[in-house]
Design a protein around this ligand. Structure first.
Ligand SMILES: *Cc1c(COP(=O)(O)O)cnc(C)c1O
Length: 430
């Protein structure tokens, strides 16, 4: 597509990045199931390896099917480029990799997907990186956690599992003042509901495993580059601003301008970390994105109906859905995610841990799985599964206490979902 700026979201989710296949005219994006690409001649090969010409060398770095997906997600998010990788967790490492060094830290929201809490609090220590967890609603605490070694702030736009909405404008003001990027995990919101770049985010990460693919078929991740950060404004980001020994002293920011992060992620990140998305996976995700807005509208509509019903049910202690007027984040919807607060939230069930376990075992339409953002409604008891590795304090901070069940509301008939919850709650509390 040529002038994407004038097209609406529904057009772009179907067309952005794709064109009829130049070799065959195939209308659907072909799955380029190939590892390597024939060079025109030795000079062409040398230019590609020197990053003097952009093209396909080897599918660990770039692949035409994956490239369409990258352009599609970058366009929907309003970024200049994107790099897809093998999972959402891979995307988080890929986002931090060009920014971090041993001894550096990242200021991270306490309200994160449980796997991300573990990745940040435990695993990244092996790289000499430190995560500093703060309540991102406490702006003074966020600012106080930043020091000379801080290289980014990381949060989720709509947080998994509780559905808390981050005040992205406040956070990007803090990160801009500190001269560091704001990285936003936009998995639960998707670019249909929220555009973090409009609110000052430097990088947006996704687990494409969830709503973007939408049918629970493949794992994948993506890092979107806003192109808005001046990597050379300080000496904090030498991977992007200083000479790169592995490319004969090339400086990514000087050479690639606002695409520096994207080029670094491909030329160094994918090349050496190898967290590559495969073309078959990219195909499934491209299929999913074509209907993203249609699905998200139904997800949100159903979530509002189910959450409203649950809120008035005497067997439920609390519902965290930000789409309910009683929720403290409700006021943020208009500015941060005007098309709705997503379809992911938790409920606190009277009867605690035992009732929660019975509830997940009694549901018939809802599937008990460690996933979200499927067309199917899903349920999980976070404390005994995704958030199991966390301490009770971390579970509480993440909104995943022992009496809490997370719901990912699908696109089925809302009345059937409510009836299913009703019968399962009766069994859970009998
Ligand atoms: C699932 C998820 C991740 C991790 O993604 P994977 O594709 O499972 O690696 C990260 N962030 C959020 C918000 C998620 O829901």
């Amino acid at each position: 597509m040529s002038d994407t700026a004038s097209y609406g979201f529904d057009t772009l989710q179907v067309h952005a990045g794709a064109r009829p296949d130049p070799a065959t005219g195939a209308r659907q994006t072909p799955i380029y199931q190939t590892t390597a690409y024939v060079f025109r001649d030795a000079e062409h090969a040398a230019a590609l390896f020197n990053l003097q010409e952009v093209g396909f060398i080897y599918s660990r770095l770039t692949n035409p099917t994956v490239a369409v997906l990258q352009e599609r997600i970058a366009t929907l998010e309003g970024g200049v480029g994107a790099v897809c990788c093998s999972s959402g967790h891979a995307a988080q490492i890929m986002a931090l990799f060009p920014l971090m060094e041993p001894g550096k830290n990242v200021v991270v929201s306490t309200r994160l997907y449980g796997g991300s809490v573990t990745q940040f609090s435990q695993t990244i220590k092996r790289f000499g990186w430190e995560a500093r967890f703060v309540d991102i609603d406490d702006e003074a605490a966020v600012a106080a956690a930043i020091d000379d070694n801080t290289r980014a702030i990381f949060c989720e736009s709509i947080a998994n599992p509780g559905g808390h909405i981050a005040d992205l404008d406040a956070l990007s003001a803090i990160s801009a003042k500190a001269g560091i990027p704001l990285i936003v995990d936009n998995t639960s919101a998707t670019p249909y509901l929220c555009n973090p770049i409009k609110h000052g985010a430097t990088l947006v990460v996704h687990s494409t495993t969830k709503y973007l693919t939408g049918n629970g078929t493949v794992t994948g991740g993506c890092v979107v580059d806003s192109g808005n950060f001046d990597w050379s404004a300080s000496d904090k980001f030498p991977s992007l601003s200083a000479p790169e020994p592995a490319y004969h002293g090339l400086k990514f920011h000087e050479t690639f301008g606002n695409l520096a992060f994207t080029f670094h992620s491909i030329a160094i990140g994918l090349r050496d970390l190898g967290m590559t998305m495969n073309p078959q996976g990219a195909h499934y995700t491209l299929m999913g994105i074509e209907t993203l807005s249609l699905r998200m509208e139904r997800h949100v509509e159903n979530a509002v109906k189910v959450a409203s019903w649950l809120e008035t049910d005497p067997r439920i202690e609390a519902v965290t859905y930000a789409g309910l007027p009683s929720n403290p984040c409700y006021g943020r919807i208009a500015s941060i995610c005007p098309k709705g607060a997503g379809a992911l939230f938790t409920i606190a069930v009277k009867g605690g841990y035992d009732a929660c376990v019975k509830l997940v075992d009694s549901l018939e339409i809802f599937s008990h799985v460690a996933n979200l953002g499927d067309t199917r409604s899903l349920v999980i008891h976070s404390a005994s599964t995704t958030h199991r590795q966390l301490s009770p304090e971390q579970q509480e901070a993440a909104g995943a206490g022992a009496n809490v069940v997370r719901l990912s509301i699908g696109i089925e008939d809302a009345k059937d979902l409510i009836a299913d919850l009703d019968q399962a709650l009766t069994k859970a509390l009998s």
